[in-house]
Design a protein. Structure first.
Length: 173
């Protein structure tokens, strides 16, 4: 049984600092403006690569909407660097997400099925959109690699929220 607690929509995004390949240490809670953290399973996951390939096609639209995007996994630096270079990712890529940080974010955590998969626990997919007030606007987490948000739909939602002043949803206790 996991000791992770799920984050609450509309609450402040927690301070979770992590290293990135080429942008130094980052902490979404300390950043300004709209920002989105996409947590991926790691180098071993072909579905993550497929998702990021599709995401690359609309990344400039996210930038035009004023959203800073960061991706992170539990992979160590060499795996994260290899993936980012091979795939040509144009967004900051974090690495070494710890199990404690995964729990802090309320992510589902898996253990490797074999050494060929990976050599450490890793998180299943997660997406966190933080608004300029530092609050969680959208939370999407999955316990399996097969359920992922439609990043085009998320972008449409961001623009709708910004244009219409749409409130954070899912806040009723």
């Amino acid at each position: 049984m996991s000791s992770s607690k799920k984050l609450v929509a509309g609450s402040r995004f927690p301070s979770v600092a992590f290293p990135t390949i080429s942008h130094g240490a980052m902490d979404l809670a300390a950043m300004e403006g709209w920002r989105m953290l996409v947590v991926y399973r790691g180098k071993h996951c072909p579905l993550c690569k497929k998702m990021f390939k599709a995401f690359d096609a609309i990344l400039d639209d996210y930038k035009a909407a004023g959203v800073s995007v960061v991706a992170i996994s539990a992979d160590p630096l060499p795996k994260a660097e290899a993936d980012a270079a091979a795939e040509g990712w144009r967004f900051p890529v974090g690495y070494d997400l710890s199990v404690d940080q995964m729990r802090q974010l309320g992510l589902y955590i898996s253990t490797p099925r074999s050494a060929e998969e990976t050599d450490r626990p890793f998180s299943e997919p997660g997406l966190f959109l933080v608004n300029p007030d530092g609050k969680l606007q959208i939370i999407d987490i999955s316990n399996a690699p097969f359920a992922r948000p439609d990043l085009g739909m998320i972008l449409m939602g961001i623009n709708f929220v910004k244009d219409k002043g749409y409130p954070v949803r899912g806040t009723m206790a």
